[in-house]
Design a protein around this ligand. Structure first.
Ligand SMILES: Nc1nc2c(ncn2[C@@H]2O[C@H](COP(=O)(O)OP(=O)(O)O)[C@@H](O)[C@H]2O)c(=O)[nH]1
Ligand SMILES: [Mg+2]
Length: 208
C-alpha cells in the first residue's frame, strides 16, 4: 500500500551497475530512476556516496570535469541512481560542451523510467546562468526536477540564512513557483533522510 511504502525510506545496499557513453548503452529502463545533474565539482559524486553510505561508490575528485560517462547505480534492486557528466566547466572545449548537451538531453528524453531529475547547485554560489538555462530547458521538455543544494556545511550562520531566499528570488524571475528543494551536505549527511524519503514517496508512483 502506498501510504505504508513511503514510511520505508531507508536503503540497504547500493551497487555500481555500469558506465555508458550513450543512452542506448544504458541498462534496461525497468525500474524507477533518478538522475543527478549539475556543474562539475558541485558535489554529485559526493552526494551519491553520502546517500548510499558508501564512501567510494562514485569517484569524487578535486579535478572537475572527470565524469564523462552516464553511471548507473542500483539501490536495493529497486531503483537506479544515475551520476551524469558535469557541465559548465570552463576548461572544457565548446565542442565537448555541445557533445555533453546532446548526449545528456538524449538521455533525459529517452529514459521512460526517469522519475525526476535532481538538479544540484552549490549553496555557496549565486544562481548560475547555465543552471537556470538548463532548468528552463527541462521545464520546456516537461521533465520534473527538484533542486538539491550542496555543501551547506561550508556556510556560516549568516550565509545559511541568506542563500535560499537569494536563489529563490533569482529563480522566481523565471518560474511561477519553486520546485521541491533539499539542503544537503556530503560531509555531514544533512538532507539524507529528506532526499531518500522523497525517492521512496516517488517510487510508489512508478507504474508496475
Ligand atoms: N565541504 C564539502 N565538500 C564537498 C561536499 N560535496 C563535495 N565536496 C567536495 O567538492 C569537490 C567535488 O566533489 P565531487 O563529488 O567530486 O563533485 P562532482 O564533480 O559534482 O561529482 C570534492 O573535493 C569534494 O570533496 C560537501 O557536501 N561538503
Ligand atoms: Mg563526479
Amino acid at each position: 500500500m502506498a501510504s505504508s511504502d513511503t514510511t520505508r525510506w531507508e536503503m540497504r545496499e547500493a551497487t555500481f551497475v555500469k558506465s555508458s557513453a550513450l543512452p542506448s548503452e544504458c541498462p534496461r529502463p525497468d525500474r524507477p530512476e533518478y538522475a543527478f545533474i549539475g556543474r562539475s565539482n558541485v558535489g554529485k559524486s559526493s552526494l551519491l556516496n553520502m546517500l548510499t553510505g558508501r564512501n567510494k561508490l562514485a569517484k569524487t575528485s578535486g579535478t572537475p570535469g572527470k565524469t564523462q560517462l552516464i553511471n548507473h547505480f542500483d539501490v536495493d534492486g529497486k531503483w537506479y541512481l544515475v551520476d551524469l557528466p558535469g557541465f559548465g566547466y570552463a576548461k572544457v572545449s565548446k565542442k565537448d560542451r555541445s557533445k555533453w548537451m546532446t548526449v545528456t538531453q538524449q538521455y533525459l528524453r529517452s529514459r521512460t523510467n526517469l522519475m525526476c531529475v535532481m538538479m544540484l547547485v552549490d549553496s555557496r554560489i549565486p544562481a548560475q546562468k547555465v543552471d537556470l538555462e538548463f532548468m528552463a530547458w527541462m521545464g520546456e521538455a516537461g521533465l520534473p526536477f527538484v533542486l538539491v543544494f550542496t555543501k551547506v556545511d561550508k556556510l556560516n550562520k549568516t550565509e545559511r540564512e541568506a542563500f535560499l531566499p537569494a536563489y529563490e528570488e533569482k529563480m522566481l524571475e523565471q518560474w511561477h513557483k519553486m520546485p521541491p528543494l533539499f539542503v544537503t551536505s556530503g560531509n555531514t549527511g544533512e538532507g539524507r533522510e529528506e532526499v531518500l524519503r522523497f525517492v521512496a514517496a516517488t517510487n510508489v508512483l512508478y507504474p508496475d
